[in-house]
Design a protein around this ligand. Structure first.
Ligand code: PHE
Length: 490
C-alpha cells in the first residue's frame, strides 16, 4: 500500500525544495550566454516581462492544479478526462529521459570537482575534456566502448539521487534542500565576490550592464527570454505541480510562487556577475577577445573555466567552489525531475515510495549507461536537442490546452484566490489560454527551423527511437492496470 499521503513539514521546506528544483545547470551556464547574446543589459526587459507574464503564470497553474487535486499528474489528468492519462505519462517520460542525461552531466561535474583541486586537466583543457574525459568519438562508432570513469561517476550520482528520493518526503528531498540550498547560496556569494576582485573582471561584468536597446526590436530576443524562463523555472515538467500537491491546507500559493520565481531569477542574475568577471579576467590575461570566450553549457564549464583557473593563482580554490556549486544545483534539480514520475508510479501501481524510486533509478541508470560510452556526448547532444527544445515544449503546450481549455479554469482561479493575499483574475486566464500557447508555439517553430539541417543517419535513428519511446511508453503505462481499483475513482 502507498499509505498516508506525504505532506511538507513546513512551507519553508516546500519553498527551498522548489527553489532547489529550479536552480540548476541552466541558471549557471545557460543564462550568462543567453543574456550576452541577446543585448546584454537591455535583455532584462524581455526577461522580466517573460518572468511575470508567462513564467509565474504557468507556475501558478501548476500550483493550483497540484494543490487542488492533491494527487499525482497521471491521476489528475485521468480525473479531468479519462482519455487524458497518456498525456501525463508523455510529460513524465520526457522528463525522465531528460533526467538520464542531466545526471550524466552532473557526473562529468563530479569528475571535474575531483580534478579541480590539482587542476589535473593540464594545460589544454579543451583536448583534455574531449579526449581524456569523454574519450569522445563524436559519432555513433564508440557506442560499444565504455568509459569507466564516466560510468563510475554516473553510478555515484544515480545512487545519491536514489538514496534521496526513496526516503520519505521530508527526510529526503526536504532535508537535502534545507541543507544544500543554503550552502549553494553561500558558495555562490563567495564565488561572485572573489571573481569581482580578479584583475580584468570589469571587462566582463560591465557587459551585463551595457545595454543594446536595438535588440528589443528583435522578436528572437523575446523568444530567447521566454525560452530561458521555461528552462530555468522548469516549466511544465510536473515539478511544481507535484511539490504543490504535498502542501498542507491554507498554504499561500501566489506568495510562494513569487518567492520561488524571484529567488531563481535573482540567483541566475547574481551568478552571471561571477561568470562574466572570470571571463573578463580571462580576456585580459589571455588576450582572447571577450566575445570568443562567451559560450554556454559544457564548453563554458569544462573548457573555458578550467582555462581560466589555470591562469589564476587561486584557481585550485575557486575551481572546487565552482564545480561544487554545479554539483549541488544539479542534484537538487535531478531529484525534483524524478519526483513527478515516482509519485505517479506509486499512485497508479500502488507501490511504496521506495519501490518506485528503485525501479525508476535502475531503469534510469541503465539508460544513462549509453552516455558513459565513447559516443556519450554525441548521443547526449541529440537527446538534449530533441527532448528539451522539441518534445518538452510540445508537452507544455498540451498542458496549457488541458488546464486552460478542457478543465474549468475558473476553478483554478478560485483555488488560488482562496489561499492568497495577492489575487489573480482575467489577465491570468487570457495569458494561459492565448498568450502562453502562442509564445510556446513560436519557440517551438523557431527551434524546428533552426535545427533543420543535413543530419547523419545515426542522428535520425536516435531521434526516431526517442520519438517512439515517448509515444509507446505512455500508451503502455496507461494500459497497464492500476494496482488498486480505487485509482479509477474520482
Ligand atoms: N531548471 C533546472 C535547470 O536550470 C532544471 C532543468 C533540468 C530544466 C532539465 C530543464 C531541463 O537546470
Amino acid at each position: 500500500m502507498t499509505g498516508k499521503r506525504s505532506e511538507w513539514d513546513s512551507n519553508l521546506t516546500f519553498i527551498l525544495a522548489m527553489i532547489g528544483s529550479a536552480i540548476g545547470l541552466g541558471n549557471i551556464w545557460r543564462f550568462p550566454n543567453v543574456l550576452y547574446s541577446n543585448g546584454g543589459g537591455s535583455f532584462m526587459i524581455p526577461y522580466i516581462v517573460s518572468l511575470f507574464l508567462l513564467g509565474i503564470s504557468f507556475v501558478l497553474v501548476e500550483y493550483a492544479v497540484g494543490f487542488k487535486f492533491k494527487t499525482s499528474l497521471a491521476k489528475i489528468l485521468y480525473n479531468i478526462h479519462n482519455k487524458l492519462e497518456p498525456v501525463a505519462w508523455f510529460v513524465l517520460t520526457i522528463v525522465f529521459l531528460i533526467t538520464t542525461y542531466y545526471i550524466c552531466i552532473v557526473g562529468w561535474d563530479l569528475i571535474y570537482l575531483a580534478l579541480s583541486f590539482t587542476k589535473a586537466w593540464g594545460s589544454n583543457p579543451d583536448l583534455f575534456f574531449t579526449q581524456s574525459v569523454l574519450h569522445s568519438t563524436d559519432s555513433i562508432r564508440g557506442i560499444f566502448t565504455i568509459v569507466p570513469t564516466i560510468l563510475v561517476s554516473i553510478i555515484i550520482i544515480w545512487s545519491v539521487v536514489w538514496a534521496i528520493i526513496r526516503t520519505n518526503l521530508n527526510d529526503g528531498i526536504g532535508k537535502v534542500s534545507r541543507i544544500l540550498l543554503p550552502i549553494l547560496c553561500i558558495i555562490v556569494v563567495i564565488f561572485v565576490i572573489y571573481s569581482l576582485t580578479l584583475p580584468g573582471s570589469y571587462i566582463g561584468y560591465t557587459q551585463i550592464f551595457n545595454p543594446d536597446w536595438s535588440a528589443l526590436a528583435n522578436p528572437n530576443v523575446w523568444l530567447a527570454a521566454f525560452g530561458q524562463i521555461v528552462f530555468s523555472l522548469s516549466l511544465g515538467m510536473a515539478i511544481a505541480l507535484t511539490y504543490a500537491s504535498y502542501l498542507p491546507e491554507g498554504s499561500k500559493l501566489v506568495d510562494n510562487a513569487l518567492i520561488v520565481a524571484f529567488s531563481n531569477s535573482g540567483f541566475e542574475v547574481f551568478n552571471s556577475i561571477g561568470i562574466f568577471s572570470v571571463l573578463g579576467f580571462m580576456a585580459m590575461t589571455s588576450g582572447i577577445p571577450f566575445n570568443e570566450l562567451v559560450t554556454e553549457g559544457t564548453g563554458l564549464a569544462f573548457v573555458v573555466f578550467p582555462q581560466a583557473f589555470n591562469t589564476m593563482q587561486t584557481g585550485s580554490i575557486l575551481g572546487p567552489i565552482f564545480f561544487l556549486c554545479i554539483l549541488f544545483a544539479g542534484i537538487t534539480s535531478a531529484i525534483a525531475l524524478l519526483e513527478g514520475i515516482c509519485y505517479s508510479i506509486s499512485e497508479k501501481f500502488d507501490f511504496s515510495r521506495e519501490k518506485s524510486a528503485t525501479i525508476v533509478s535502475i531503469i534510469g541508470l541503465l539508460i544513462s549507461t549509453i552516455f558513459a560510452t565513447a559516443s556519450g556526448s554525441f548521443i547526449l547532444g541529440i537527446f538534449d536537442a530533441f527532448l528539451n527544445n522539441f518534445a518538452l515544449l510540445f508537452a507544455v503546450l498540451l498542458e496549457c490546452i488541458i488546464f486552460g481549455w478542457i478543465y474549468d479554469f475558473d476553478e483554478l482561479i478560485n483555488t488560488l484566490n482562496e489561499n492568497s493575499r495577492i489575487k489573480v483574475g482575467k489577465l491570468w486566464k487570457t495569458v494561459i489560454r492565448f498568450i502562453l500557447p502562442i509564445c510556446i508555439a513560436g519557440l517551438w517553430i523557431q527551434g524546428i527551423f533552426s535545427s533543420i539541417s543535413q543530419e547523419d543517419s545515426a542522428t535520425l535513428a536516435i531521434r526516431t527511437i526517442l520519438l517512439a519511446a515517448i509515444i509507446v511508453l505512455p500508451i503502455i503505462l496507461t494500459k497497464l492496470p492500476a494496482g488498486n481499483e480505487d485509482y479509477y475513482e474520482n
